[in-house]
Design a protein around this ligand. Structure first.
Ligand code: BG6
Length: 489
């Protein structure tokens, strides 16, 4: 992860006319090109089922690119260079013959990166066909989530890919790992002995991880209703944040050292038994409410919805990690759609000092917190106690932040999108920011037991009004331990 070597490759995007490619991948490639991080020999091949010679399709890609790249970043010279790298090929992903032309396009020189921005259903066919035309040996494959629906189905997808590609050439995306502040968590923890010495059950009382989204389902009802917030967000993004927060220091920054430590955390997650579900897990579904002061429909009133759906759009969980470092320290996870604001943050609550010497009425003030803000306003702030100023104040305490505000410090620098970082890492052949097979399986295993228990219980998700912080029971979940969610207003 230290320096950047700009290496040539051919990047083949399967599903190049889909939402992910248009919204995220092409804009990320544009930014990399703009930053001089694409080698002059790097080529990009857009592959999709849409028949034609590519003129119309490439125009569409350009039109979307101009839409998604911020105006201030648009530079005709960069686009002209990127256009020169870009080609289109109509391809039926299941049809072997279509791959012969692809192999000719790729040629023999640079490594091939096959980016699967398609439903996981066709990953296996793509792999088989790439192998059939001799495009396996120097190929890295990039897989988007969702990889499966549960442990069983994720194994089917992973095993199908593993028949053709060894694990060291498989890159599973969890785009949260590409976010700048998420990587900063590694720097914060392991480049500062100050924190690492305190990072355990002796000093930390509990940890909160919140990933709140303001948006609703945004036209993805069909997909989302099959998944729900637990599979769509907890199984991947929240558990990855938990792993990076809770893992032991890795021996080095190599992909396997980091991933070995993350897997240990996932394996140490305590299963939530049927009789604990009601007190440790809250599932919710939003009803009509307000977002930014405007009325918005409930989940069951969204376009194309099934009004009987019991899919959750909100999850709160008390998770516990069974190891020496974290014994007795709850990790409260919370994520939902249609919350009051977009906010992803990790809050580490430190324990009170062992012996209290200040005025009793100030006791509730005492609490050091480390807040790692992932988005928006990326930054780290440490809430510390100090003395309030003034002769009349005596030893009156006040809580104030020591701030490291990245959006402010680096305000002259653009915050790169997660996909820019992730594409760059694949091109460099570095797997640290990608999820290993055993990691994804351990995460599914934990989520599966939770979902199984939940469906046996037969409860419906609790309602919450769009624009609120979730069902009231999620407040009760943390209040049961004498605590409250940090910063809720
Ligand atoms: C995706 C989920 O993985 O992450 C979406 O499928 C969610 O449902 C998105 O909206 C959130 O990502 P971000 O980067 O906007 O926090």
């Amino acid at each position: 992860m230290a320096g950047v070597r700009v290496l040539p490759c051919t990047l083949a995007i399967f599903g190049a006319l889909g939402d992910l490619a248009l919204r995220k991948l092409f804009p990320a490639l544009y930014q990399l090109d703009r930053e001089g991080l694409l080698h002059e020999d790097t080529r990009i091949m857009a592959l999709a089922r849409d028949q034609g010679d590519g003129v119309k399709q490439l125009e569409h890609i350009e039109e979307r690119l101009r839409h998604y790249v911020p105006k201030a970043d648009w530079d005709e010279a960069v686009w002209t260079r990127m256009r020169g790298r870009l080609g289109y090929r109509a391809i039926d992903f299941r049809n072997r013959e279509d791959y012969t032309g692809l192999a000719e396009d790729v040629g023999e020189t640079s490594p091939l990166i096959a980016y699967f921005a398609t439903p996981a259903l066709v990953y296996s066919a793509i792999c088989e066909n790439l192998a059939a035309v001799g495009l396996c040996e120097r190929t890295r494959v990039v897989m988007e989530k969702p990889i499966g629906y549960d442990l069983e189905s994720s194994k089917v997808v992973n095993d199908a890919v593993a028949r053709f590609f060894p694990e060291d050439r498989v890159y599973r995306i969890d785009h949260y790992l590409g976010k700048e502040t998420v990587q900063n968590l590694i720097a914060l923890r392991f480049a500062n002995s100050l924190f690492e010495t305190q990072w355990n059950q002796n000093y930390i009382s509990h940890v909160e991880i919140t990933v709140a989204e303001k948006v609703g389902i945004e036209g993805r009802w069909g997909y989302f209703d099959q998944a729900g917030q637990l599979r769509d967000m907890v199984q991947n993004h929240l558990l990855q944040l938990l792993c990076l927060t809770a893992m032991d220091p890795p021996a080095d920054l190599s992909a396997d050292s980091i991933r070995d430590e993350k897997v240990k955390v996932l394996k140490a997650l305590e299963p939530i038994t049927a009789d604990q579900l009601a007190s440790r897990v809250v599932l919710g579904q939003y009803t009509a409410g307000y977002s930014d002061g405007k009325p918005v429909p409930g989940y069951l009133e969204e376009p194309n919805s099934n009004t009987e759906s019991r899919t959750e759009t909100f999850v709160a969980i008390r998770a516990d990690i069974r190891n020496w470092r974290w014994s007795g320290v709850p990790f409260y996870l919370r994520t939902g759609k249609r919350m009051p604001q977009k906010l992803s943050q990790i809050v580490i609550h430190f324990k009170e000092p062992p012996h209290y010497i200040f005025a009793p009425e100030q006791r509730s003030l005492i609490s050091n917190r480390l807040i790692i803000r992932i988005q928006p306003d990326e930054g780290i702030s440490l809430q510390v106690m100090s003395k309030d100023q003034g002769l009349r104040k005596g030893m009156q305490l006040r809580s104030g932040p020591l701030q490291l505000n990245f959006s402010e410090t680096f305000k002259h620098l653009r915050t790169p999108d997660a996909y820019e970082r992730l594409l760059l890492e694949v091109m460099q052949g570095n797997q640290s920011l990608f999820v290993r097979k055993d990691e994804i399986e351990a995460a599914w295993k934990w989520c599966d037991q939770l979902m199984d228990g939940w469906s046996k219980m037969g409860d419906s998700p609790k309602s919450y009004a769009a624009g609120s912080w979730g069902p009231l029971t999620s407040i009760a979940l943390i209040a049961r331990d004498g605590r409250s969610w940090y910063g809720d207003v």
